[in-house]
Design a binder for this molecule. Structure first.
Ligand SMILES: Cc1cc2nc3c(=O)[nH]c(=O)nc-3n(C[C@H](O)[C@H](O)[C@H](O)COP(=O)(O)OP(=O)(O)OC[C@H]3O[C@@H](n4cnc5c(N)ncnc54)[C@H](O)[C@@H]3O)c2cc1C
Length: 409
């Protein structure tokens, strides 16, 4: 019998396990993969202090037209998956209206605003310094007009949320990152964001810390969660695990595990891809390539190109359109070599239509807790929501706790 079973060993589950352990709880983490091998492995590696506002759904007619007609690399969609996604997209669209998005951002910035500080002690205690860059996150603009627009947005973020940034002209950018070709207009650098050169390894390092402190991790698939007299029975491929309480942190698979308990979670899965390429030298920080919808970052396996959102079924076949376009855009500004063999990956950002993760008590079951739906920022937010969840399990019930608490039936 475990006191608390955490399902999912991604950044969210490991973040929760560490926070609960730090408060004296006995925790068992269950995952069919090794820690950090799920979505937490494949992302762009950003710990995004600048992300005070979650990604809203575009609402301007020109942006919607560009998406509908396939003219942007930020988002692509498939007619066959659209009917199933329409209700959640509609809900996302409504909540992306400026007033509602501003209210949501007031909550969101309380999370991302402390994310770097919540990672810091874990990085130190896990001995993971070598995986971390504290050099910010850049947005490269090819033209003067694009740089001006990006700088204007940075000013707005400074005025509204106090987010620090600076503008680097083309020459300054090349002085910091000589790999970029000459002639680019420059970049906006978000100063306080961090990044990792291997997000999967970072999650695994946090999991090793958890184990070194006496935590248990079992590599096993979970097939169901059933309430029983002592608390919960977690059905696994190798038998039942009894636990007084269960934390569900299974990322994009969470909604599926909750269906038998009667929960219908309106989750939008935004698929993203990465591919690795050889490149002479390294970038000092990750960069978003403005106008091309991809992030480029020097990582353990080479230059990782990470794509934007593809709206498609979780099991749908790969469509490498965004990665192919992203590669072309990266080649135009960086000296990319050949692709690293077998380095293409895809995963899903587990997004809620109101853009805020579900963290807190299950609405209809005592002893069951949610910690999923981190969308675009789960690597950033895992330790933060883990701490908040642990506090909520001990009775925290303030405005932030209520805003995060599961909003589903
Ligand atoms: C392309 C892309 C780029 C991204 N870039 C960034 C970024 O730069 N910065 C950032 O902060 N976020 C980023 N994200 C988002 C981030 O990766 C996710 O929000 C985060 O990894 C989610 O963490 P998690 O622990 O909830 O999920 P996961 O890491 O997926 O962990 C869930 C775990 O649950 C396990 N599991 C599921 N079902 C079962 C079962 N039945 N039995 C046993 N185990 C199970 C899985 O094996 C998995 O290990 C990106 C996402 C994508 C797709």
């Amino acid at each position: 019998m475990a006191e608390i079973a955490v399902i999912g060993a991604g950044m969210a589950g490991i973040g929760a396990a560490l926070a609960l352990q730090a408060r004296g709880h006995e925790v068992l983490v269950l995952d069919r993969l090794w820690p950090g091998e799920g979505t937490s492995h494949g992302n762009a590696g950003l710990i995004q202090a600048e992300a005070a506002e979650p990604y809203a759904m575009p609402r301007a007619p020109a942006q919607l037209f560009a998406i509908a007609t396939g003219r942007t690399n930020d988002v692509v969609w498939h007619p066959r998956s659209l009917p199933g996604e329409l209700p959640v997209l509609w809900s996302y669209f409504r909540r992306s209206a400026p007033k509602r998005h501003a209210a949501i951002s007031e909550v969101y910035r309380q999370l991302t605003g402390r994310a770097v500080a919540d990672h810091a002690p874990v990085i130190a205690e896990a001995g993971a310094e070598a995986l971390i860059r504290r050099t910010g996150f850049g947005e490269v603009a090819e033209t003067g007009a694009a740089l001006e627009a990006t700088a204007r947005e940075a000013e707005r973020m400074r005025d509204r949320h106090g987010i620090a940034s600076r503008v680097a002209g083309g020459t300054e950018l090349r002085a910091e990152d000589p790999a970029f070709r000459e002639g680019l207009a420059g970049a906006v650098i978000w100063r306080d964001s961090w990044s990792t050169t291997d997000p999967g390894a970072l999650t695994a390092a946090y999991a090793r810390l958890f184990k070194a402190r006496g935590g248990r991790v079992a590599r096993v698939g979970v097939t169901g969660i059933v309430p029983d007299r002592a608390g919960w029975s977690v059905a696994t491929e190798t038998g039942l695990v009894e636990a007084a309480q269960v934390v569900l942190a299974a990322g994009p698979w969470s909604a599926q595990l909750l269906k038998p308990l009667g929960y219908r979670i309106p989750m939008l899965l935004k698929r993203g891809y990465h591919g690795h390429f050889r490149m002479e030298g390294e970038l000092s920080r990750p960069y978003f390539l403005t106008g091309h919808g991809v992030v480029v970052a020097s990582m353990a396996r080479g230059l990782r190109i990470t794509t934007g959102a593809e709206l498609t079924g979780q099991e749908a076949r790969r469509d490498l359109r965004q990665l192919v376009r992203g590669e072309a855009a990266a080649r135009a500004v960086l000296p990319l070599g050949e692709a690293v063999p077998d380095s293409i990956w895809h995963g899903h950002r587990p997004c809620l239509p109101d853009m805020i993760p579900l963290v807190g008590p299950a609405p209809r079951h005592d002893g069951l807790w949610f910690d999923f739906g981190h969308g675009h920022h789960g690597l950033t937010l895992g330790p933060t929501t883990g701490i908040l969840l642990a506090e909520m399990m001990e009775g925290r019930d303030d405005a932030l706790a209520r805003a995060l608490s599961p909003r589903c039936r």
